[in-house]
Design a protein. Structure first.
Ligand SMILES: [Zn+2]
Length: 69
């Protein structure tokens, strides 16, 4: 997997997530860099959530208008 140090931005590949950055030695600063497909999948999930929020908003509008009548 692709990893990157959040402190010095050094990028490297490793099978395991190390506690220490191999470049600057920072502790617990190494994070997994998401691949392009992971980013796209996340964006699609965000879109789904947005649709759900819109739907709920519409339901609320209907509910409010019926309460007023
Ligand atoms: Zn580093």
């Amino acid at each position: 997997m692709e990893l990157q140090c959040q402190k010095c931005k050094y990028q490297f590949n490793s099978e395991r997530l190390p506690n220490l950055c191999p470049f600057c030695g920072a502790l617990n600063m190494v994070r997994n860099v998401p691949s392009a497909s992971e980013i796209l999948m996340e964006a699609a999930q965000q879109e789904e959530k947005q649709k759900e929020v819109e739907q709920r908003r519409e339901e609320w509008k209907k509910r409010i208008s019926t309460n007023q009548d």
